[in-house]
Design a binder for this molecule. Sequence first.
Ligand SMILES: [Zn+2]
Length: 312
Amino acid sequence: MKQAFISALEHSSLEELRRIPKSDLHNHAGRGGNLKYIEAWANVTIQPHSGAFASLGEMQEWFVHNVKCHCPGTQGYLKRIEAAFAQAADDGIQLLALSFGIDEIDSLGGMEPFIRIMDSLHQRYAPGAVFLPELALDRAGNTNAVCRRLGEIFAYQWFRSIDICGPELAQPITNFRSIYRTAQSAGLVLKAHTGEFGTADDVLEAAVELELQEVHHGIAAAASPQVMQWLADHHIRLNVCPTSNVMLGRTRDYASHPVRTLYDAGVPVTINTDDLLIFNQSVSEEYLNLYLCGLMSAVELNEIRECGLHSG
Ligand SMILES: [Zn+2]
């Protein structure tokens, strides 16, 4: 596959890239589909957002008014999840981590119906992909309320990993310490969004305090050789989402994306979509973007692709 992937990049062939096994390990399920899929289902035209968003709030507002309005309620939510699985199958994603919030579990009536529905969508729309469900906690949420739910949620042994997402500066990461110890005892892979809006020190603090194995984003670490060295020494992988970072103003463009610096420092990295219904770039397109702007060579991008497939 190595040569096929390198040749697909060199020929700028999305068709070929899509056929090669890849992973998507940072994907917020309800926003992980493809705009065309939703357009076809709702029989509408959706203009992708152009330019950068000023904030996460502005991004969320755009999503509600341009995408979610066409797929509302439970039926619309399930269509968006279906779209995420269908997109993964269409893009050759072999390893798919989709993240879900506790509110999503509750909206479908609790863990039993939730698991039944998600597993059947997986089997129907992306049977060839290994599905790694991730429990995503809100950084601004009430951690005591989350604690009270963990026993019941983990009893099903369905979630494979845990994450914290949302406004990164909402509350100290240390508030999540006991939740992460419980998740660790339950055998989950420990991840969290950090170093997207915060600093290199925030990445280090989160990794140390929560004993993270992976970081979602973490790109701020590129500003600190010491933090990068620590991440490399401890084999902590960063699940990077280039278009998300560009569209949220975390980096000027693809050519200046910090994934280059992180890679050069020996930090394990993967390439992912984050919110495909908003950022509108598939995993294959993300690889091609990094190649065409001259940031990474085809050989390096293949190494990153292989890094992503060694998960789970
Ligand atoms: Zn994210």
